[in-house]
Design a binder for this molecule. Structure first.
Ligand code: MLT
Length: 327
């Protein structure tokens, strides 16, 4: 061994020595990924696409466990109770890890300090959608219909504090209505009932909406962001459709329990970044209208700062809109 090789080998031994023994062989068995909503919904769909690519990179299966309930806070609480060994991770989102702070006075976890952030996965546009039989054909007609039918109109959502709940509450605050609320265990089942005409409308993420709009099974009145979504180019923005004040974009984030060793978080982040750079993953997410993270958001430090900023952003928005878990 020459001197250069000896230095390299010594450095590698020092790095390995600094790592906990379990991190050196990680992952040695399948990893469980908690999805805090029902199967078939937007969080689940994105998670399965990304988990498949990550498991190839890690050389171990990633087993999806749907732990739905209480707007995603049941599954999030479950992760905080798991061993911090890299074999339990989750996908949280704007609801579970930002809006929940203002909506749940007795939230059983701190969305930042009880977790080890791995990286942001994607962002999702929100669309205002309705059942096909609803007698409104654009956003202006929908707002007029909602005002006229406030007492009987029913709004499907994925439980208190979920994205579909919070984003429609903001819409209601802008319009000045308080319709009936119909909670589900995720917007997968809520969307099934919207398609079947059992509920009137839903504020949902583009990945759940795009396939249905393309199939012509529901109506989409507007996308709540400044530019149209490439997956649904015919759907106007809320500004184009006459409600510029309604702007909201949501996100999915990958997290481990607090105390997960840094070396394992780094390995999971490498697998996440590789998955997000995979051409097949990019194409599948683009087809569903999801956007990839920018800047340093796909890093553990970037996600931690982002979570803190999102909690600071959402808390006053929810309070100023007069939105509570009982709206
Ligand atoms: C889901 O996956 O069902 C959704 O993300 C729920 C929600 O609206 O927050």
């Amino acid at each position: 061994m020459n001197r250069r090789h000896l230095v390299a080998a010594t450095a590698a031994a020092l790095v390995a020595g600094a790592m906990p023994a379990a991190a050196q062989t990680y992952p040695a068995r399948p990893i469980t990924m908690i999805i805090p909503f029902a199967a078939g919904g937007p969080t689940d769909v994105v998670a399965r696409i990304v988990a498949e690519a990550m498991s190839k990179n890690l050389g171990q299966a990633i087993v999806i466990e749907n732990v739905a309930g209480a707007g995603g806070t049941t599954g999030s609480t479950r992760l905080t109770q798991a061993a911090p060994d890299g074999y339990s991770i989750m996908i949280g989102h704007t609801g579970t890890h930002a809006a929940s702070v203002a909506l749940y006075p007795n939230l059983r976890y701190n969305p930042v300090s009880d977790f080890a952030p791995i990286g942001l996965v994607n962002t999702n546009a929100i669309l205002i959608t309705a059942k096909k039989a609803l007698p409104a054909n654009n956003l202006t007609e929908f707002v007029a219909w909602l005002k006229a039918n406030e007492r009987t109109a029913n709004n499907a959502h994925a439980g208190i504090g979920s994205v579909s709940h919070t984003t429609c509450l903001l819409l209601h605050a802008i319009i000045g209505v308080k319709p009936q609320s119909v909670p589900y265990r995720g917007t997968g089942p809520a969307m099934n009932d919207l398609v079947a005409g059992q509920v009137d409308y839903l504020c949902d993420q583009v990945v759940n909406v795009a396939p249905q709009v393309r199939a012509g099974t529901i109506k989409a009145f507007a996308v709540a962001q400044p530019q149209r979504n490439a997956a649904l180019p015919d759907v106007p923005t809320t500004a184009e459709a006459g409600l510029p004040a309604y702007q909201v974009v949501v996100w999915n984030a990958m997290l481990a329990p607090k105390g997960t060793p840094d070396a394992i978080v780094t390995r999971l982040n490498q697998a996440l970044v590789a998955a997000l750079n995979d051409d097949g993953v990019k194409a599948r997410l683009a087809e569903l209208g999801a956007d990839l993270p920018t800047g340093n958001l796909a890093t553990p430090a970037g996600l931690r700062a982002f979570l803190e900023a999102e909690i600071a952003k959402w808390t006053p928005v929810i309070k100023e809109a007069g939105v509570t878990a009982s709206n």
